[in-house]
Design a protein around this ligand. Structure first.
Ligand code: HH2
Length: 277
């Protein structure tokens, strides 16, 4: 890995961990559904996350929480594109979290610097959509689809199986013409995994840093943290910060979080301690 992530007109150094701030323009996301559902609220929230220290923003218009149903492309477009357009000069790369190739193309034309695909560019035309741009892509592992993924997920060896899947998707992306410096991989915490699977992936995270791409981890507010702490979704800040630090300690280059300010402070301490080791 080159130590750099190419995201459209941005080049990000991976020397220190980066924070991706989540902007959910949805009525039903698992932790903040409805809070930023109109574009003015979502844009204001995005700007607040930049002020708090977000290095990248991730705009999503479709919840992928367990049990969620797909959103038609017209509705996802209506949610996402106005926010993306109003952030065109915000100074940080903006990712769009979508599984739909049509919206990928439209978002890239509207200035998105990254496509974050929980389906790892598995839909017909998705590889081509990203390859035709200079944007980065996040390839995430998911077992099944959101509607059914938490129905008794099973693996023989979760770290090996997720690694093999991501290795195959990195190869597919490179074969389609996406340069390695544009690729991010993500084991997909909570996407078709039990608590034990998620913990095994977090312990074994460094394995995924060896796949060639930058490594992203999304643990923020997730139900595994509720299982570990007994806390409801609105009360998982401390657990989320601890999980982000564990991910960075085990090799994550990017943490995808809802609570940017708290994560930034924790990483400032971590960076200061680690810098001269
Ligand atoms: N998690 C969520 C959504 N997108 N993308 C990546 N790359 N990695 C993740 O772990 C990830 C993701 C789920 O979180 P959130 O967006 O807050 O919830 P919802 O899907 O309900 O909108």
């Amino acid at each position: 890995m080159s130590g750099l992530l190419k995201c459209g007109r941005f080049t990000l150094s991976l020397e220190r961990p980066l924070i991706m701030g989540v902007v959910n323009v949805t009525p039903d996301s698992f932790s903040d559904g409805g809070l930023f559902a109109d574009s003015a609220q979502a844009t204001a929230h995005a700007r607040r996350l930049i002020d708090e220290g977000a290095d990248i923003l991730d705009i999503g218009g479709e919840s992928t929480r367990p049990g969620s149903a797909p959103v038609p492309v017209a509705e996802e477009r209506r949610r996402v594109l106005p926010v993306l357009e109003s952030l065109s000069n915000c100074g940080v790369p903006v990712a769009v979290d979508t599984r739909k190739p049509q919206l990928m193309r439209e978002a890239l034309a509207a200035g998105a610097s990254m496509i974050n695909d929980t389906n790892a560019l598995g839909a017909a035309g998705a590889l081509e959509a990203v390859a035709a741009s200079d944007a980065a892509v996040c390839l995430m592992h998911m077992r099944g689809d959101p509607r059914t993924m938490q129905d008794a997920p099973a693996y023989d060896d979760v770290v090996r199986e997720v690694r093999d899947f991501l290795r195959g998707r990195v190869a597919a992306a490179e074969n389609a013409g996406i340069a390695p410096a544009r690729i991010v991989v993500d084991p997909g915490f909570g996407f078709g995994k039990t608590l034990e699977h998620n913990l095994a992936l977090l312990r074994g995270l460094s394995v995924f840093a060896g796949l060639g791409g930058a490594l992203l981890a999304g643990l923020s507010r997730k139900s595994m943290l509720g299982r570990l702490t007994g806390r409801d979704v609105g009360d998982r800040l401390h657990a989320s910060v601890a999980a982000a630090l564990a991910a960075v300690q085990n090799g994550a280059h990017i943490v995808r979080v809802h609570d940017v300010a708290a994560t930034r402070d924790a990483l400032a301490v971590w960076n200061a301690v680690m810098r001269n080791r």
